[in-house]
Design a protein around this ligand. Sequence first.
Ligand code: ACO
Length: 432
Amino acid sequence: MTNQRRVTLVNEENQSVCELPVLSGTTGPDVVDVQDLYKKTGMFTYDPGYTSTASCSSKITFIDGEAGILLYRGYPIEQLAEQCTFLEVCYLLLNGELPTSSQMDQFEHSVTMHTMVHDQLTNFFKGFRRDAHPMAIIVGVVGALSAFYHDALDITNKKDRDLCAIRLIAKIPTIVAMSHKYSIGLPFMHPQNKLSYVENFMRMMLATPCDDFHPNPILVKALDRILILHADHEQNASTSTVRLAGSSGANPYACITAGIACLWGAAHGGANEAVLNMLEEIGDISHIDPYIKKAKDKNDPFRLMGFGHRVYKNYDPRAKLMRATCHEVLNELGLHDDRLFKLALELERIALEDEYFIEKKLYPNVDFYSGIVLRALGIPSNMFTAMFAMGRSVGWIAHWDEMISDPEQKIGRPRQLYTGSTRRDVVPMAAR
Ligand code: ACO
């Protein structure tokens, strides 16, 4: 990882303050290693929002935001989305290589055998109000998994960590579907082992015990693709949250819960729900212009949801795939004239021709089209972020595993630039 190159930090008189090593990865920008900066200079770096800071080294996912490239373990997202299933991608993210057919059979079998949740866990749902947001329920219930599998989990043991990953990937669809069923007052649907991962989820989510369920293969493929596109995205806010929580040695299910909580925000995974709400609010192609004006107005908090990304300064490759999936699903369902899809296409066209969005390099992100696909699949909008969480769980647990097994791993502990009061003495209350 080390490079022979060094950068020299100089003061205003151009005198060298210190030399810092430059590290190179396998691809992507080099990084300046500032680990010894404080020791050498008595100064910290200041980087709110980590816009220029690599918090760790990782072998899992690579993004080139300028070129619009996303690789999982070196494989382009386009090839994975076309040629692999979500479970194959899970195996890849966790193990570093695509599975052979027998490895895949074994992996799929293990996941299938862990889809049921402990019966006692179902009691947790009853403690929530029926109108609780599903993400609030999922945060609570996934966190509760740590109460079921704590003693049986030694995080320094690779086998235990692998089992934890399988449990999480297997149980999250069951928990997500249960949170939906609970909120609409319908009975929980138990997993069915003869179904594929996505078919099983769709049945638990959309079917009732009263009817047979016959999943449409095109819709199954679309949902599988949505999960692939959301499976990982290197050190995004929720993944960094999982790593930071895990860096103290905390229970992994509790760490994943921290990631789910972070994902919920509208600037992150909450955007897919916010996009659909925004499209509903705009309502008609004739109303787009005032909303574009609002988005550009610095004094107006309105932002075009599903647009812009911290890393992508080019078209998000996932958004392209999602737009194609949108076409496929709407055609299959005879909804090619879908009002919101037409509105989204027109909004994208207008925004991409607008000087403000061009200059700031704001392109549609993965969430711009995912809400329209999910809605067409019959998923209610308050479940959209939960669908994102379902896909991202594998990324979170893969990063947690990588962090725990990294010999350089230490507890995450950022520093700060203090701007509060300097030392002062307490004045007795009567004298204040
Ligand atoms: N609409 C209008 N203006 C925008 C938008 C937008 N969607 N996004 C960014 N801008 C503007 C900002 O006002 C800022 O302008 P300025 O330079 O004049 O101050 C500039 O573009 C840069 O934006 P920042 O917010 O500084 O960029 P940052 O990297 O911090 O934020 C983010 C990225 C949070 C995704 C932002 O683009 C946003 O809020 N987008 C809408 C929400 C969204 O779609 N989130 C999903 C992200 S993808 C994901 O989590 C899967």
